[in-house]
Ligand binder design. Structure first.
Ligand code: FE
Ligand code: FE
Ligand code: ZN
Length: 277
């Protein structure tokens, strides 16, 4: 069965988020660990989590993805900003241990002019504090579009982060279709080649999750503007081929398209109708 869901809010609690997930016929979902504009994360309620766990078990939910605030920058040139990112992520990791079948995705960050080399060193330093063999949470690096000085828009940069982090073998990757298309990987006309490239540079076994988005901007534009499925430069047909690709179809797909409940429900139904088991 296709594992597909959408980005939801956990602000009314995890059980409420789980009910919303089921109501849109999703069997996975993503949420922000805290308000993306920063600030304290909400206290986790043990009874809410218990009910949520029960819901995930009863409905065979195999993966729940958390997304770190996109405003933190683990490779800033300012020590204070890097420390804030680290402390936020340490707090996130503690909270993540409550969540069942949990994955934690983050943006590697922007080197803000220091260069990729220095930026990657800082990211790895941060990860060295987080990536302990005893944590149950699977940490994922997100593929980025390369806007500004963003790190992670090439498979090679992600490979370097994995190689230069202690316990880096524990890291996985979350591939965002909008981002990689915008970064210059042609998943519309050359999907097989892109996956072959990913496999030789990073290894497809490290690919754990997909962000399934259309892109508002053209191929190779290095912008990060998500579009609804079929309303962007990637197109519905290419995205249907993507979820059905034999090397990808077992993964979990998360929609981050500009939608509310009804729009997500429609897109999920569309992919379910166009998925061959
Ligand atoms: Fe993201
Ligand atoms: Fe994404
Ligand atoms: Zn994006």
């Amino acid at each position: 069965m296709l594992k597909i869901g959408a980005h939801l809010s956990s602000s009314k609690g995890f059980y409420a988020m789980g009910e919303e997930m089921l109501a849109m016929d999703a069997n996975t979902c993503q949420f922000f660990t805290r308000n993306p504009r920063g600030g304290q994360a909400k206290e986790i309620s043990a009874s809410d989590i218990d009910k949520f766990k029960q819901l995930t078990q009863n409905n065979h939910i195999e993966s729940i993805l958390a997304h770190a605030s996109y405003t933190i920058n683990p490779c800033s040139d300012k020590e204070e900003t890097r420390l804030f990112a680290l402390n936020t992520m340490i707090d996130d990791m503690k909270r993540m241990e409550w969540i069942p079948n949990q994955y934690y995705n983050f943006h590697p960050g922007s080197h803000v002019g220091q260069g990729v080399e220095q930026g990657i060193s800082y990211i790895c330093e941060t990860l060295n504090h987080l990536l302990k063999p005893e944590i149950k949470t699977q940490i994922l690096l997100e593929t980025m579009s390369g806007k500004g000085s963003e790190i992670g828009s090439t498979f090679e940069e992600l490979r370097q982060i994995i190689d230069r982090t202690e316990n880096g073998h524990l890291l996985g990757v979350c591939m965002d279709t909008c981002h990689i298309f915008s970064a210059g990987y042609d998943i519309v006309n050359k999907l097989d080649d892109v996956l072959e490239n990913f496999d030789s540079v990073i290894g497809l076994e490290k690919l754990k999750m997909i962000h399934l988005n259309d892109s508002l901007t053209p191929f190779n534009s290095h912008k990060d503007r998500h579009a609804k499925i079929g309303e962007g430069s990637i197109g519905a047909e290419a995205l249907v081929r993507f979820v059905n690709h034999p090397r990808l179809k077992h993964l979990s797909f998360i929609l981050e398209t500009p939608n509310e409940f009804e729009g997500y429900k429609k897109e999920i139904a569309f992919f379910r109708a166009n998925y061959s088991a």
